[in-house]
Ligand binder design. Sequence first.
Ligand code: SF4
Ligand code: SF4
Length: 460
Amino acid sequence: MNKSQSSEQIIREKLAQSILSPFVHLFNIDESTKCLFNSLTLKKVYLTNKKYEKVLANLSRGESSKDIKELMKLNFLVPQGFDEEKVLEAVAASLLRKSPQTNLAYILVTDFCNFRCGYCFIENSLKAPNTVMSKDLADKVINVLVNEAKQVPEYRVTFYGGEPFSNSEIVFYIVEKLEAASKGKFLFSCVTNGSLITEDIALKLKQHNVTVGLSLDGWANIDKNRVFTDGKETFYSALKGLALLKEAGVNTGISCTITKQNYEHAEEIIEFIQKLGIRTIGFNLLTRLKEPSEFEVPDPKQLAHHLFAAYLKAKELHMFEDRIDNRRANYFFKEIFHIYDCPAFGQLLFFSPTGTVGPCHAFYPSGKYQIPIKDDLKVQEEPLFYKWLEMGTLKNKECMRCAAIGICGGGCAYDIYVKTGQLGIKEDYFCTFQNEILKLLISYNFLMETQKTKTAKTKS
Ligand code: SF4
Ligand code: SF4
């Protein structure tokens, strides 16, 4: 046997022992096309059925081909006996945070709200009378934040509630103190229902460059879940607040909660928001209820399809859409592994009006996962925040074989807790939604690539 014969023999043997990586998932695009998708690297290879069959046949015979070389180069082929657990552990070790490092705070300046949205996970869970954050407590919060912010270039502070503008004095007290303590370091946002915004508040928001996320679930006849405490509709009061914000030039986006009542209108909601002159929208998934049947979209696949249509509409209108575009498509197209979808895994500090601090504001009414706020709190010395680092898809063996692991980020820990009573496990509704979004992205990408090839051919 000469030299070239022996190297051919080695390649042949190597190929004959190769298999498709367990991280490679197969998707049928249409009757004649398949996609091989690597869930860790987010690389995709589209093959006709015929080519795919040929790849399998070549592999079994140990014969190389152009497609096999391409798959080899992309690490889609691995040796038999490939240890996927070891690979996942190595990825986890390189990507996961080793210690908490916050750069985002949610401050609940009050737990009072003048709305009673049927699906609200704060107002509908409170057991004690409402509490308002005092100046003394705000001073403690400020001390903690000034210390935490020393370790990062930028720190975002978001005012939350309840309705934060029912305690607007404390909102601006904290803003002014933090600005004075560290000019330019803090960025401010506020999540509001808009109904208590006055001309004066709007001007102050503009003056301090506070970004506003105004909650609105669509137009008047579908925004029905949000009512005042006396049951009256809230839509026009929110619109009035929006008008004042726009008049003052405040950077405003819409926070839209998706429910059974409005999900079929998601695409139209994008158009509606655009007509209101707003260019940013975040869809909140309503998955934080113990008894969700009244509000939750029954079929997570349908939910995925409607939100995907909304994402495409937002793209067409050059708007910023957070849920699908920023938090899924962005990772899929840039081929970046989405590690954490939830900031509570080491990035977020929430402060309650009763004097507690923790990684997730949604647990506030239950009192779980919170410790008392103290002036000299150091997040990196508190075991509570380390506990939350143990969550996420890369730590979860159940996620290892999931095609959507690279775009998922683990979702909302609170949501999973409410539904299952546990933290850090997978939950079927959410997983079905994520996997459907992945399928849509893979098909959409195929359409785009085919279109590009056609255009290139026409030009040449
Ligand atoms: S949480 Fe569900 S969707 Fe996400 S990676 Fe795990 S199994 Fe997949
Ligand atoms: S666990 Fe859920 S509610 Fe809590 S911070 Fe994360 S995404 Fe938000």
